[in-house]
Design a protein around this ligand. Structure first.
Ligand code: PYC
Length: 434
């Protein structure tokens, strides 16, 4: 639990007082409270990850809607929000994507102040390497789309890459020579757990209730055209949980990994398949990697934490499953690919690996906003982009619920785009090839 006051969003402590409080510990209140489950809420949010917590926080902070419950079958931030590699960036491929993720980056930038918590945002730059002419072409395209939206993003050559990351082999004689890269200085990393805790504490301070270990077993829908009165034409009236039924004016699905299962409970089919994404971390070493480095062709991204560990990620596993097991295949492939880029780290030891679940949509963009079931909204389908989008998604979904209208930034990501054939293709902006 965090050790600062529950009324903390605006509270300020001097360094001396903080130290004094830290040493005494005794008067630290809990950062978020436990509650009995009530019979009814204005809004029930399923999923206490960064998206669900941010939506709850902005509902309260921006719109004064505080009769809100956030439910999670596990613990707060225990899904993708605590399992990701903490990379943030806005150098996407489509104008819609760029505008959306850029808003998220700006919320991340002011988060420490807004939530009064040290989220350790490190704006260290994000460098995507190109090993082929085709990759350079896609990067030029991305850089132009980015620049048109005012995003700092450009294609750079091997010499500049060597200046930025001296440990990379830019000699040109390797099996995957570095021909250039897309450099995005505003990208970086942020402490992911703290982001979750900051939103949780902020929402709690406004009176939002967070219910951990509370599984949603069904979404209660009346009047729909499908079996059991669910589906299109119906209206969501609440949820059945492992602790009893709750009535709700609005139900928001903010899950990752289980989004299509929750969708099915309401009779809403979502175009999602679920794949594991693995990551790994090394022992800590002296700082030598100043930027986030990505290679799409080698299916790897890597950054160095403030403690000195290297954090690696790769592509999603190529099969659909809800299992989150790590595999030896992954570590072997990861090691061989990383060493193509940085042969000098061959003696470093991997300490740990883990996996999270990614809900992949056909165009690699999310599904957000209203559904054919009135009162049942979605913020799902984030694939490997979910953590980056947490703040903006929360902000925009809160506005969507509060105003009963789709905000401009959300409009491109509606569920009906698949029927209308208006896809927002973001596969080309994935950190790695999938
Ligand atoms: O798209 O930058 C990215 C990313 C990093 C980890 C997962 N996705």
């Amino acid at each position: 639990m965090l050790g600062t006051s529950r009324t903390a969003p605006s509270a300020k402590y001097s360094a001396g007082r903080l130290l004094w409080k830290g040493l005494r510990k005794a008067d630290w209140p809990r950062a978020w409270r436990e509650h009995d489950l009530r019979k009814s809420y204005d809004v029930v949010i399923i999923g206490a990850g960064v998206h669900g917590l941010a939506a709850a926080y902005y509902l309260a902070a921006n719109h004064g809607i505080t009769n809100v419950a956030v439910l999670d079958k596990g613990y707060l931030g225990g899904g993708g929000s605590g399992r990701n590699t903490a990379i943030v960036r806005s150098n996407y491929l489509t104008p819609e994507g760029v505008a959306f993720y850029d808003r998220s980056l700006s919320l991340y930038n002011s988060m420490a102040q807004d939530l009064n918590i040290n989220v350790m945002f490190s704006e260290r730059g994000h460098l995507t390497l190109a090993h082929t002419d085709a990759a350079i072409r896609t990067m030029r395209w991305r850089a132009e789309v980015n620049k048109l939206q005012g995003i700092d993003s450009e294609v750079i050559g091997p010499d500049r890459i060597k200046d930025i990351v001296p440990s990379l082999d830019t000699g040109g004689n390797s099996r995957y020579p570095i021909l250039g890269g897309l450099y995005h200085p505003p990208g970086g990393t942020i402490r992911h757990d703290t982001v979750n805790w900051g939103y949780a504490r902020g929402a709690d301070a406004y009176g939002v209730e967070i219910h951990q270990k509370t599984a949603v077993l069904d979404v209660l829908v009346e009047g729909g055209d499908g079996p059991g009165g669910k589906g299109p034409g119906g209206r969501a009236v609440g949820v059945r949980t492992s602790r009893g039924d709750i009535a709700a004016g609005t139900v928001l699905n903010c899950t990752a990994g289980w989004a299509s299962i929750i969708g099915d409970m309401a009779g809403v089919r979502l175009p999602i398949t679920t794949h594991p994404l693995q990551a790994a971390v090394t022992e800590p070493v002296k700082t030598f990697l100043p930027s986030v480095v990505v290679s799409g062709s080698l299916h790897v991204y890597v950054s160095q934490t403030d403690r000195g560990e290297l954090v690696f990620g790769a592509s999603v596993d190529p099969f659909a499953t809800y299992s989150m097991r790590g595999s030896l295949d992954f570590t072997q492939e990861l090691a061989s690919h990383v060493l193509q880029l940085m042969p000098g780290i061959s003696r470093m030891r991997l300490l740990r690996q883990w996996a999270g679940l990614c809900d992949m949509t056909p165009d690699y963009s999310p599904v957000m906003g209203f559904t054919p079931v009135e009162g049942f909204l979605c913020d799902v389908g984030w694939g490997t982009y979910g953590f980056k989008a947490g703040p903006v998604s929360g902000e925009q979904m809160a506005e969507c619920i509060a105003t009963s209208a789709t905000p401009k930034l959300l409009a491109p990501f509606s569920l009906d785009r698949f029927a209308a054939g208006q896809l927002v293709g973001e596969k080309g902006a994935a950190a790695v090839g999938h």
